[in-house]
Ligand binder design. Sequence first.
Ligand SMILES: Cc1cc2nc3c(=O)[nH]c(=O)nc-3n(C[C@H](O)[C@H](O)[C@H](O)COP(=O)(O)OP(=O)(O)OC[C@H]3O[C@@H](n4cnc5c(N)ncnc54)[C@H](O)[C@@H]3O)c2cc1C
Length: 344
Amino acid sequence: MKNVEYIIVGDGYAAMFFAHQLIKNNKKFCLFSEGKKSASHISAGIINPLVLKRFTTFWLASEQIHHLHQTLSEIQEYTGKNYLIDQPIHRIFHDETEKNLWIKKANDEILKTFLNKNFTSIEGVTNPFSTGKVNCSARLNVENFFLDMLEYLEKNIFLTKEKFDYSEINLSDNSYKNIHFTHIIFCEGMGVTQNPFFSDLPVNPNKGHHLKVVFPNGFKQSVTIKKKHFLFPTNEHEYYYGGTYDRNQTHSDVDQSAKEQLRNGLKEFFPGNFEITEVNFGFRPTVKDRRPILGRHQKHENLFVFNGLGARGILNGCYFSKTLFEHIENNQPLPPEVDLKRFA
Ligand SMILES: Cc1cc2nc3c(=O)[nH]c(=O)nc-3n(C[C@H](O)[C@H](O)[C@H](O)COP(=O)(O)OP(=O)(O)OC[C@H]3O[C@@H](n4cnc5c(N)ncnc54)[C@H](O)[C@@H]3O)c2cc1C
């Protein structure tokens, strides 16, 4: 038998940031990855302290941004890489009214940190009312982050590249196949619906598509442009544009209507030609009250869930992985807003 303190089920943001807590605190663990491309792996990687429809901020935004910076520099210590890309969001204003609203909100005590008052005009795109820069926004290098984290786990920890089989858990002696564990943390995103211990949680899928596009006549931009969706470069030639939101479609194929929505969204502010090279989609695990769900199973005290990261997988995943770790290891109470018990 192999002994571990933790088993992590999943390989998205929830799992990786919780794994970081375990690495940092020298805990023995193993992580199960079934190797599917899920919401985290196809996400845009946007780190955004604002709600860009209304120019407001959200619960714990500053704390979450600060914690993310700290965490990424801790991760850099063992992977050797920086995953933060300094390409802040530039929000294209629809009209003068929106621009004036931004100016008004930029005087608010909390919002002034995030709403830059110096407007910029971006070349090559239609932005007659210019753009507002979101201070403290950035992007995560999603591809490299997951590649490196999985490689690190494979080389140094214990990565099991297979689907975790719930029927193999033996709760009378805390074993799973040949592994003896103290705790299991389920970080399965929408996979939670298959989990017999947590399938009744109110986590709902929100399907998101994005495009990969190239601009045959050339277009070079090194900021993240936001109008309807986000546009930013992923390499020298290719750009990411997305993602859509759809609570109704749950089938596992590309929705042509989402592709059209993206094509039209891009045409609205990009006057030149573009070619779509890829369409991808994933399912955000969302909760009606827009808060993550974390905590201990009501009956089985060594089973935990970490889910419901919604549209903010990076900030929520990073911040609340520490909250959950402190709860398990040091008996720190969970904030009621995210505690699984709110659904009891
Ligand atoms: C198009 C799109 C763009 C997005 N852009 C952003 C963005 O810019 N910024 C941001 O912060 N968030 C973004 N999000 C949201 C973010 O992706 C989600 O909040 C986040 O991915 C949820 O992470 P998770 O780890 O909970 O779930 P997931 O990413 O779904 O990961 C769960 C993983 O667990 C695995 N798994 C499940 N069951 C098992 C099992 N039994 N055994 C082994 N493995 C299992 C699955 O294969 C999956 O890989 C975006 C989402 C979409 C769809």
